[in-house]
Every structure is written in structure tokens, then in C-alpha cells.
Write a protein that binds this ligand. Structure first.
Ligand SMILES: *Cc1c(COP(=O)(O)O)cnc(C)c1O
Length: 374
């Protein structure tokens, strides 16, 4: 391992970005080679040397490999697939903002990534070709937040916001932090997974200085939790930056309860809390990654009760067309009866919950509490 290996800029400069470079590193299957050719005009290829080193060169179904190297299926658009699967464009008042929920916004800060995920759902933004988000667009985004007092939570994403230099990132965070109604900030990033050396002391300190700020990262398989990735996450947490994980459930990559459980345990061991398990969106070229909705529910059923509650993520379906996220869970209610509800336990046994007689749940003190300081 050379000295430059731990330098994130070296990793980006030396990222594999073409079929020819990739062929030199991995003996590709015919499907992968064709995938690189056929997706070349559709979506960027980019794999850091670090993430490339995690690939099992001997197995085409290596989960890291499947997330980083395209296959032919990715070049095909199937029925029902959408360029904008989450219907975000109609909630995009300015270029940098997606305002879909009442009290929080998605802030698109940058259009590039350390690794281009083959399952990317915002590939219309990260595909390249669209102009880089300019300083003017970022300013306009900040201005939007400033003039919308209902926005108490800003989720910065893109692209990967941690691709920004510390100075640019610091400027954006400072501008958002200066807005009194912004209570919390989140950064959605795959850097701890694909470019963990980016998370150095300086970055961790910078992020901590804008607390409450949460980093939401994106590990999909325990194979990605290396000593480097662990060091990146632990550095953030040690500095006081909570880290959450959102995984995407992908067919043949991590579509098994055993894998998701191991992933959750590996996350918790480095103090990363599993947050969402995302049902794959209906993004163009991603059908080969999609699992039936029932599969995710089955996986949750094999986690809940069987392991630490903190290890059980929310299974989220982001509704095609723009309805937002909803969560699915196994149904433990067997029967709603008169005065009682029958439920089943995680082991499948029946239990009776007697319902109370009184049903008025208004909190009398709330009249006082909600009016305080008014
Ligand atoms: C997922 C998402 C959020 C954040 O949702 P949470 O459930 O609060 O994590 C916000 N805005 C958009 C557009 C999203 O897709």
C-alpha cells in the first residue's frame, strides 16, 4: 500500500472511470463489459481504488462489485421505471431544493460522488452533463430555507456533499446554521463507505461545530465495513457527530435476513444506528436490483424480537411519483375484538391485549405546555 492510498484526493484522481481502466483491474464478465459499454452514455462510471480493492475479483455476485460495476440490464428501461422515480421535480421550487414534506427539505449541494452506485436513484442529477450546481444555486437554496420558517430540518445530499472541500462545505453549513429556524442538519453521504479517508480529524471537527448535525451514511453489506470504514465512522462519533445508516435492499446483493442482521450488528459495533432499509426505487435501469415488497417485510420479521431493537431499521418505500416515504412492517395484529386485541409474538404465539375502558387521550397539561412563552 502506498502512502498516497490514505489521501482522499489521490483516491479521487485515481478512480477508475472507463472500461479500459476497469479491465486492467478486474477480469470482467461479458455482462459487465457490455454493461460498461451500454451505460457509458447514460450514467457515470467511477470507483475509487479503495472501493475497488473490496471487490471479490473471482465472483461476479460480489456485493461490492454489483454496486460498482454496471451490467447490461442497467441500460434497459422497463415498464413503470421513471427518470424521476420519487417525483421530486414538482417539489423543486429552486434548483438546489426538494421540499416535499412540511417541515424539512432536501438540499442538493453537489452532483458528483466518490463512487457512482449502480443502484443510484437520483441518477438524473448525478449522471453528469447537467451543469455543476453553482455557487449561485447554493445561495438560492440557502435563501429558500431562510424565507421558509417551517423548515426546521435540512438534509444535505446530492451527489455527495462530502465531495466538497472543507471550506466550501463549511460555508454552506455556516449559512444554514445562521438561520434561526433550522433546528438540525443532516448530511447524506457514502464517503465513509467508498472514500473513508476523506473523514479526517479536520472534517470531523468541522461537522461537530455545526451540531446538531447527523451524518447519514449508506452501507449495504457487511463486506463494506472494513477497518478504514470503521475508523471513519468512529472518528465522527468520537467527535460528537451521530451517524445513522440507510441501506438499500437489493436483490442478490443483500436480500437476506442473515445479511441485513449482520450488517446491522456490524453498524452498531461501530456506533452507527441502522435507520432505514429502503425498498429499491423504480429508477430507470434498476429493475434487476428490485425485490418484491413482501421480501423486505419477511426480512424485518426475522429481525424484530430476534435481535436488538436498535438493529431493526425502518423498511421504507418511497412512493413512485412523489408521495413520499411510507414504512412497511409485519402485521402482528391477529384480531381486533370488542375490548381486546389479539396479537402474535415474534415467535408466532397468540397474546391478548385488553383495551382500556377510557379512550380519551387528550393531555390536559398540554394547554399550559404548548402555550409557554407565548
Ligand atoms: C427521505 C427524504 C427526506 C427525509 O425523510 P426522513 O423520513 O425525515 O428521514 C426529506 N426530503 C426528501 C425529499 C426525502 O426524500
Amino acid at each position: 500500500m502506498n502512502e498516497a492510498w490514505g489521501d482522499w484526493r489521490w483516491q479521487l484522481r485515481n478512480a477508475v472511470r472507463s472500461l479500459a481502466e476497469l479491465e486492467r483491474a478486474v477480469a470482467l464478465t461479458d455482462d459487465e463489459r457490455a454493461g460498461c459499454v451500454e451505460t457509458a452514455e447514460i450514467f457515470r462510471l467511477g470507483i475509487t481504488p479503495y472501493y475497488l480493492s473490496l471487490i471479490d475479483k473471482a465472483h461476479p455476485f460480489c456485493p461490492v462489485r454489483m454496486q460498482a460495476i454496471p451490467v447490461k440490464a442497467e441500460a434497459r428501461v422497463r415498464a413503470g421505471e421513471l427518470r424521476d422515480p420519487l417525483g421530486e421535480e414538482r417539489f423543486r421550487p429552486v434548483e438546489a431544493i426538494v421540499h416535499k414534506y412540511p417541515d424539512r427539505v432536501l438540499f442538493l449541494a453537489v452532483d458528483s460522488c466518490s463512487v457512482y452506485c449502480r443502484h443510484c436513484t437520483r441518477r438524473r442529477i448525478t449522471a453528469g452533463g447537467e451543469a455543476e450546481l453553482s455557487r449561485a444555486a447554493l445561495k438560492e437554496g440557502v435563501e429558500y430555507v431562510r424565507t421558509h420558517p417551517e423548515v426546521r430540518d435540512v438534509l444535505i445530499s446530492g451527489g455527495d456533499p462530502l465531495m466538497l472541500a472543507d471550506s466550501r462545505l463549511g460555508e454552506l453549513l455556516a449559512a444554514l446554521r445562521a438561520i434561526p429556524h433550522v433546528e438540525m442538519i443532516r448530511i447524506g453521504t457514502r464517503v465513509p463507505v467508498c472514500l473513508p479517508m476523506r473523514v479526517d480529524e479536520a472534517l470531523a471537527k468541522l461537522l461537530r461545530s455545526f451540531a446538531p448535525l447527523f451524518v447519514v451514511t449508506h452501507f449495504n453489506h457487511p463486506k463494506e465495513i472494513t477497518s478504514e470504514a470503521r475508523a471513519a465512522c468512529e472518528r465522527l462519533v468520537d467527535h460528537g457527530v451521530p451517524v445513522e445508516n440507510q441501506a438499500v435492499l437489493m436483490r442478490r446483493v443483500n436480500s437476506s435476513a442473515r445479511i441485513i442482521k449482520e450488517l446491522s450488528h456490524a453498524c452498531l459495533k461501530m456506533r452507527v444506528r441502522p435507520y432505514y432499509l429502503h425498498q429499491m426505487d423504480v429508477a430507470e435501469g434498476c429493475e434487476h436490483f428490485r425485490t418484491p415488497l413482501a421480501e423486505g417485510v419477511k426480512i424485518l420479521e426475522q429481525l424484530r424480537g430476534h435481535t436488538t431493537g436498535l438493529a431493526v431499521p425502518h423498511l421504507a418505500v418511497d412512493l413512485p411519483g412523489g408521495g413520499g416515504k411510507v414504512t412497511l412492517q409485519p402485521d402482528y395484529v391477529v384480531e381486533r375484538g370488542e375490548g381486546q386485541t389479539v396479537l402474535r409474538s415474534y415467535k408466532g404465539e397468540r397474546y391478548v391485549y385488553p383495551e382500556p375502558k377510557e379512550t380519551d387521550c387528550v393531555c390536559p397539561y398540554d394547554e399550559v405546555w404548548a402555550q409557554r412563552g407565548a
